[in-house]
Design a protein around this ligand. Structure first.
Ligand code: UDP
Length: 489
């Protein structure tokens, strides 16, 4: 075979929401950096968030490109440019964005036929790509950036249904089948588990597609959760490759870190951070989708102020609901120099890696957890929805680097109510414990730093994630060669 026909062509199909898209783009870039010919399929507005990085990779000789498709804004009833789940400001708009994404299926199928890839790396939210890959007789890799721990927990809850025999939603039960005693309540389980709804059928299709895939890519690393990596492989019988933390890997040595074009905002922020002592700043973020009710914003503001620690807090404009409370709070914090508010979107990796940053309040989205772990930070855990409550258990009960704030109910932003508000006293108490100088706080920071070191080692040449990625690329190349031989015979 000539070198052209030996080249491995891999298509990446990300789902347009930051928590899914960012790690998949990082992974695609890693594939290209290590010799695979990569095509990312996405729409125009979504591509704009990572195009600069792809261009720069391409100019450095990495075989990577974006294949743009047109988002059906008019048919979906959306204004131009609203193509990402994070753009939703109401349930109605959210529904329209999801519908628009679903409408892209036929065009993507045609592209698969045209591009004739050797492998499709598909986001979990496209279960139908398992059929597309079967039609082309190529492997499909299932991808969703979360922990083995959370997938194992969800699997055993689906299998044994321990939540079905309880007297109340708040009764604590242990998740069966896990190597640690992990306790949870029904209120903390994902939507569609307690009571079946239309989401449950969709998730059944997703899990089924995972089982029928060639394997699963994990944005995790062996040293972080080896028991659960093993458990996943053994009990689910699915091949898996841990290739993370992908963000740390691809951004290694890049002082600019990823995106954020607003250099003025960035330099102001860096000046503020540079003026603070090492490990003295708490970074507060709830990821890209969470929407906090006004009462919670007020409690959080007071909790942070009362803790007397320095903080950076990312607030999304749509959280504000037209109130001026936060603008007044921002003014007060500017005067005291204790707090720094970032509106809408923060250069998160840049902040986490800054020496002044000493901890994070996180909603336990897996990407934020990995980015914090890589920076060696311990965390205040404040899960909101999806599998974030499982991730909290991993941080608090297994890794022992998390301080739980006391979040009790799994609710997506559209339905978050005033009833689930965490009080300012609890918030301040958690901040003081995380950032303080008690033995417990110091121990947590020590453990987090050790994990951070292990994360960095895993992506060095010869490290576990590095080796896994190289092995996977080799395996995919061998499969391509065997397919070629079958065709010629
Ligand atoms: N993120 C960011 N700036 C923000 C909010 C989020 O860069 O202001 C990035 C963050 O670094 C992470 C991703 O968006 O890579 C969010 O993913 P995560 O899994 O933490 O949470 P989700 O947004 O999916 O709930």
């Amino acid at each position: 075979m000539d070198s052209q026909s030996q080249q491995l062509n891999v298509i990446f199909l990300p789902y347009p929401t930051p928590g899914h898209m960012i790690p998949m783009i990082d992974t695609a870039r890693l594939f290209a950096k290590h010799g695979a010919n990569v095509t990312i399929i996405t729409t125009h507005a979504n591509a704009s968030s990572f195009q600069k990085a792809i261009k720069s990779d391409f100019n450095s000789g990495h075989p990577i490109k974006t294949q743009l498709i047109h988002f059906p804004s008019a048919q979906a009833g959306l204004p131009d440019g609203v193509e990402n789940i994070k753009d939703a400001t109401s349930s109605e708009i959210l529904g329209k964005i999801i519908h628009g994404i679903e409408m892209l299926k036929d065009e993507i199928e045609l592209l698969f036929q045209k591009l004739q890839p050797d492998c499709i790396v598909s986001d979990m939210f496209y279960p139908w790509t398992v059929e597309s890959a079967a039609k082309l007789s190529i492997p499909r890799l299932y991808y969703y950036s979360t922990s083995y721990f959370s997938n194992c927990s969800a699997h055993f809850i689906r299998k044994y249904k321990p939540h079905e025999d309880l007297v109340s939603d708040t009764q604590i039960f242990s998740i069966p089948g896990l190597p640690h005693n992990i306790q949870i309540t029904s209120l903390q389980l994902q939507e569609g588990v307690m009571t079946r709804n239309e989401l449950s059928d969709y998730f059944d299709a997703i899990y089924e597609s995972e089982g029928r895939s060639y394997g699963t890519l994990y944005n995790s690393f062996h040293e972080l959760e080896s028991d659960y990596e093993q458990l996943y492989k053994n009990t689910m019988g699915i091949k898996a490759w841990s290739v993370g933390p992908v963000s740390t890997w691809i951004n290694k040595g890049d002082v600019q870190k990823r995106h954020n074009e607003d250099l003025v905002v960035e330099s102001k922020l860096l000046n503020w951070l540079n003026s603070k002592p090492d490990d003295s700043v708490l970074y507060v973020s709830f990821g890209s989708l969470t929407k906090l009710p006004h009462a919670q914003l007020v409690e959080l503001a007071h909790g942070l102020e009362n803790s007397r620690h320095n903080f950076i807090w990312v607030v999304r404009r749509k959280d504000e609901d037209g109130e001026s409370f936060l603008e007044d709070f921002e003014e007060r914090m500017k005067e005291s120099k204790k707090g720094y508010i970032i509106w809408n979107w923060a250069p998160q990796v840049l902040i986490l890696d800054h020496p002044a940053t000493g901890g994070i309040v996180t909603h336990c989205g897996w990407n934020s957890i990995l980015e914090s772990l890589s920076a060696g930070l311990s965390m205040i855990t404040w899960p909101m929805f999806a599998e974030q409550f499982y991730n909290e258990k991993l941080l608090v009960d297994v890794l022992k680097i998390g301080v739980p704030v006391g979040s009790k109910v799994n609710k997506f932003w559209a339905s978050v109510g005033e009833d689930a508000v965490v009080k300012r006293e609890e918030i301040a108490k958690a901040v003081v414990l995380l950032m303080g100088s008690e033995e417990e706080s110091i121990e947590m920071r020590r453990r987090a730093r050790k994990i951070g070191d292990a994360a960095k080692k895993s992506i060095e040449e010869g490290g576990s994630s590095y080796n896994n990625l190289m092995q996977l690329i080799d395996e995919l190349k061998s499969l391509k060669i065997s397919r070629g031989l079958e065709k010629t015979n």
